[in-house]
Ligand binder design. Structure first.
Ligand code: GRF
Length: 193
């Protein structure tokens, strides 16, 4: 049986991507990574991916329509026969057309318990709301922002003496565990169906 092929898209640090790559490289996650792509040529995660032996690509959005950048991403996804598109801190919103083309195959991780605190500042928003807890969500991407079917969630406690930094650290730790486990389950399910 061949392993599911995943393309990973990032925009920045890529700590979730790194955990996934290491799990793939160690055989813990039964999948292969076709490439790591970024809209941001300076994304730290690109160098990390390359150092772990993964192909990297930059899809520039600068000075051109989103559609053009997305066409390039779609082309590489098709050329590399990627089954899954794994968003790991990819900060560009994908168009409805792109999401439809790859429906049910685009997965995202969000640093809050959706539907609470959607959007780009989820950790700060939960922190400022002084909620007793927040969490992380792995979901399929649909045409909305952070609205697709939820695959898995995990609560993360918030403490009185938390700062944004301590909370962020706890959330990222939960993300790293949940993303890997959820993809393991998702891939196993899709191979059995
Ligand atoms: C994570 O918090 C993820 O939930 C959000 O973007 C952040 C990416 O972090 N979508 P990293 O680049 O994986 O370190």
């Amino acid at each position: 049986m061949s392993f599911p092929r995943m393309a990973i898209l990032i925009s920045g640090t890529g700590s979730n991507m790194e955990v996934l790559l290491r799990a793939v490289n160690s055989g813990e996650l039964k999948a292969c990574v076709t490439f790591v792509g970024s809209d941001n040529p300076c994304a730290k995660g690109l160098a990390v991916a390359a150092s772990l032996g993964t192909d990297t690509k930059v899809f520039s959005y600068k000075g051109r329509a989103r559609q053009e950048a997305e066409e390039e991403i779609a082309q590489v996804i098709c050329e590399t026969k990627s089954d899954w598109i794994i968003l790991a801190g990819f900060m560009k919103i994908l168009s409805i057309d792109f999401v439809k083309k790859f429906e049910g195959r685009v997965v995202n991780i969000h640093p809050a318990l959706l539907p609470s605190f959607p959007g780009a500042h989820a950790i700060e928003d939960a922190f400022l709301a002084k909620a007793p807890f927040t969490g992380v969500t792995v979901h399929l991407v649909d045409s909305g922002v952070d609205t697709g079917p939820i695959l898995a969630q995990e609560k993360v406690p918030m403490y009185e003496d938390d700062t944004i930094d301590t909370l962020s650290e706890r959330i990222h730790k939960a993300e790293h565990k949940l993303y890997k486990e959820t993809l393991q389950n998702l891939f196993a399910k899709s191979q059995n169906s």
